[in-house]
Design a protein around this ligand. Sequence first.
Ligand code: NAI
Length: 513
Amino acid sequence: MTANTLNPITANDIVAVIGAGTMGAGIAQVAAKFGHTVLLYDKMEGAAQAGLDRTAKGLEKLVSRGKMTAADKDALVNRIQATENLSDLAPAKLVVEAIIENLAVKQSVFSELEALCSADTILATNTSSISVTAIGSALKRPENLVGMHFFNPAPIMKLVEVIKGLATSESVAQQVYDLSVAWGKHAVMAKSTPGFIVNRVARPFYAEGMRVLQEGGADEATIDAIAREAGQFRMGPFELMDLIGHDVNYAVTSSVFDAYYGDQRFLPSLIQKDLVEAGFHGRKTGRGFYDYSDHAEKPEAKTRAIQNAPTSITVEGEMGCAEPLIARIEAAGIKVHRSTEHDHNGRISIGDLVIALTDGRMATERASVAQRRQLVLFDLALDYSQATRIALTKADQTSEESLNQAAGLFQAIGMQVSVIDDIAGMVLMRTVAMLANEGADAVNQQVCSAKDVDIAMQSGVNYPQGPLAWADSVGLEQIHTVLTHLVNSYGEDRYRPSPLLRRKVFGAQTFHG
Ligand code: NAI
């Protein structure tokens, strides 16, 4: 039998893991938990045993917290055997490689394994950036090689990206997909392309934040607070980059940018390059965007002082995804008059002041086109019925008094208000539009399905909602309009709407219809 035949891997099959570092030791734990006998190999003397010891220590903590019994822990640890002989891996049905990120070294290890293991052994690589196709090119049986991309820490993070190289057989990919699900993971299937799904689609989360910062739209703490409190992301882009490390994050962006032949969508940021060159790599070096030294105070988000609430507002047209705001406004005791005469995108008016959701244009441009002096825009929120913060911006023509009136309205419904400078697409709207656009491009280029984009971003990087489902709920026409306006504002190819997004808009469809 060859690995090409669908032959499910079961708990009785032996799994080998090569490389007992951060990822390898975690993957061994995941496999042993399911019941496999796991052979853990590392070429560095003592490293396999050290990896196993780390795993045992981590599990002891779970036992002491009452999350696992001592007997289960012992049984799990006993199923992992550390070895320093590659030849011991011969009986494995699946070998997962998690060694140094180097094409030639990976090719040579897999070539040795091919000679050792049987013809139906599945060879899987945990590479996060090397082409599975390229690794497979050195093999006699490239059809047996597949990507099995875990996220750190492997026992906790739910996602596994199953990556098909050009020569990978469908059945091998399917077996690894099914096994990942059996291991309790959320598996997605993707073609071997730069960044796979997560490391590609996530780029705008960091990049758009850095662009707003670079243009002086808002400071790091304010952008992070908007992402957390309006977007419900667990961390804002700057605190997350500081945690990941700028050396790592910048290297990923640069490698994806290079791999796509300099596509402007992935253009790295000079701000981040500066941090890398300064050695300010984030938390691990004590300084990144923020200062982590002992007495440093974390800067606070800019928050507008409390303003007077209006007694009544008029809502013209349909508010779309921002409709839940209106119920909150009514619940706060503010009288709401509804006018159906206006058939464009909905807006709120208070006297001659108009308050509207950003459509990707600068407020100043939009006020000028509409020949309206008093215009305040608000940013996207994941859920307007719950958001605790909102970003506002005003046109240059608009008075501070009008801005304060708008701030008073949002404060009256329990939101903190962060006023940002007049940046096209504000913070969250441009970020979510670009995340969805990148996800749409991945689907359009046949890398993966729309469903898998959303699973990957929710399970791999903890996004509060998949970007394509989020775009559906905002309205694809709105997302498309935002991107088109960003193209106009910047004149940059970076913001070009994905052909698939355009098609969905013109076909009046959604990604998850
Ligand atoms: P690590 O540096 O913690 O561990 C690598 C281990 O591989 C070391 O113990 C080293 O001695 C061993 N090793 C190196 N060359 C070897 C060889 N020729 N044969 C056997 N063992 C060898 O690295 P880490 O972070 O665990 O990464 C491993 C792989 O996983 C890389 O391909 C990386 O890109 C990928 N990855 C890493 C993630 C992370 O967050 N650290 C996330 C997802 C994938």
